[in-house]
Design a protein around this ligand. Structure first.
Ligand SMILES: *Cc1c(COP(=O)(O)O)cnc(C)c1O
Length: 484
């Protein structure tokens, strides 16, 4: 091709050199992933790294080789969630299989806002698979999004707009008097969705939990009656299937009944826990998900898809579409050509341009199958129970919550220490474990006490890692106590 002298483009000048560099990065990526279990779980970013990423904006490009060098320097400084002893928060570990669809997605550079093209078929396929896995009917709608936070906003917008007859979309009524319910253990993204939707986070009633950290059903009924008596309109009840602190699963069937009784929308936050449906052992406890109006969950946690990817499913396709669709005339539905393929994803969510997240999700499910993905889920739950048994045998470790799924909360105890001192001790243990790189649990507060929180959403974790962790907590705890 002959470029006009004043024209330019961004393709490589030398494709062979570029190909070699890309192959080199592929090898580095393989080495990185093969070594995921070696070395420390985490290391703090160095000054060298910080200086590489605090340069002024380049007027002239530094070229591909220099970019490669900076990226290679960056790679060891991840969060650590690929490591088998990354046991904090709820992070998926990812899989090497993700590399292949991601390479293809880069090459296609598809925009999934709409139009008639192959990538859209893949997203439809993934959404349809999810409907069948989670007990939603064929007519239900769904969208692949960044994660459960976005999925929650979309689901609650459909719930809010339906109860307001959709007139609020033009009139700007955020929904004065609308109230919703979730347990006190529900994820913060739900209150944030209430905030973003103009309902106000106070309109989300945080219902107390039982000793098992599940929503107290009687307390929910009382709160609904209390709100009704004050002329408010209860419009949504949100069940948590796998709470972020302890993995607790609310009584989803009871919530579905109450929602039906009061004409409320029943939404389930199944960010990671919904994936329990892939495991025959756990599935019966989650059957209430099939009665939900909407479900928000993540692929990037327990399904081990690389970040980011989540999903929203909505039973009432019309409510979902009417909450988001505002097709301008120049994008009117076509039946042929590139503008066909209606309805478009843009009619089911707030974003127009959307990347091809669906391909890596599709590939993960297609390559491994849901039986194997479910086996990983079950295995993680067995590991959490194993850790709980180990804790029960250790006089210096005290359980702080029952193990419902894959999360085990406990603390180190020492004679003569209680209250704040014990909280500080356990906080220090966790920080030292992270800094040593041996293991990375996180902390949470349960019943006012600081807990060491071990979450296992990782296909690389093994039972032996539980013993390494328990040994390290005891050894570190004793070391800290000796310093006091
Ligand atoms: C992680 C999580 C969320 C938020 O999901 P993102 O994918 O991080 O947006 C919501 N609820 C629960 C229970 C979670 O674990």
């Amino acid at each position: 091709m002959n470029d006009h002298p004043t024209e330019t483009g961004l393709d490589p000048q030398d494709w062979e050199a570029f190909r070699a560099r890309a192959h080199e990065m592929l090898d580095r990526a393989m080495d990185h992933m093969m070594g995921a279990g070696e070395g420390p779980v985490w290391r703090a970013p160095t000054e060298d790294l910080a200086s590489r990423f605090s340069r002024p904006v380049p007027q002239d490009g530094q070229g591909g080789d220099a970019v490669m060098a900076d990226i290679a320097a960056l790679m060891p400084f991840g969060v650590g969630n690929a490591h088998p002893r990354f046991l904090g928060w709820v992070h998926g570990a990812g899989t090497p299989s993700g590399v292949i669809p991601e390479l293809a997605a880069v090459a296609m550079n598809a925009n999934l806002g709409g139009r008639h093209h192959g990538a859209a078929l893949v997203e439809k396929q993934v959404v349809n698979w999810c409907k069948s896995l989670f007990g939603f009917p064929e007519e239900a709608s769904g969208l692949i999004v960044t994660g459960t936070s976005m999925a929650t906003i979309i689901a609650l917008k459909a719930a809010r707009d339906r109860v307001l007859g959709f007139v609020n979309r033009a009139e700007g009524n955020g929904g004065g008097g609308l109230v919703g319910y979730a347990s006190a253990e529900a994820h913060a993204c739900i209150a944030r969705a209430f905030d973003l939707l103009g309902l106000g986070s106070d309109a989300l009633r945080k219902v107390p939990v039982t000793d098992a950290f599940e929503m107290d059903i009687d307390a929910l009924r009382q709160r609904i009656d209390w709100d009704r008596a004050r002329g408010l309109t209860p419009f949504v009840v949100i069940g948590t299937a796998g709470s972020v602190n302890t993995g607790a699963i609310d009584d989803l069937d009871a919530l579905a009944d109450i929602a039906a009784e009061h004409g409320m929308w029943f939404h389930v936050d199944g960010a990671f826990g919904a994936l329990g449906l892939l495991s025959p052992e756990i599935a019966p406890r989650l059957s209430g998900i099939g009665r939900a109006e909407s479900l928000a969950f993540d692929f990037h946690k327990w399904m081990q898809v690389t970040y980011d990817a989540g999903c929203v499913l909505i039973r009432d396709e019309e409510a979902h579409r009417r909450a988001f669709s505002d097709r301008p005339d120049y994008l009117s539905p076509a039946t042929r050509g590139l503008s066909a393929g209606n309805p478009w994803p843009v009619e089911y969510g707030p974003e127009l341009s959307r990347g091809f997240r669906a391909l890596k999700v599709w590939a993960q499910i297609a390559e491994h199958g849901v039986a194997k993905l479910g086996q990983v889920v079950m295995q993680n739950c067995a590991q959490a129970r194993y850790l709980a048994n180990r804790i029960a045998q250790e006089p210096m470790l005290q359980p702080l919550a029952p193990v419902s799924l894959n999360i085990c909360c406990f603390r180190f105890v020492a004679q003569g220490l209680d209250g704040d001192a014990l909280d500080r001790l356990n906080d220090e243990i966790v920080i030292r474990l992270q800094e040593s790189g041996i293991a990375a649990p996180s902390t949470t507060r349960l019943g006012g006490e600081l807990a060491i929180r071990v979450n296992i959403t990782n296909h690389r974790t093994r039972l032996a890692d539980m013993d390494i962790l328990a040994d390290a907590v005891i050894k570190t705890g004793q070391a800290v106590v000796d310093e006091i």
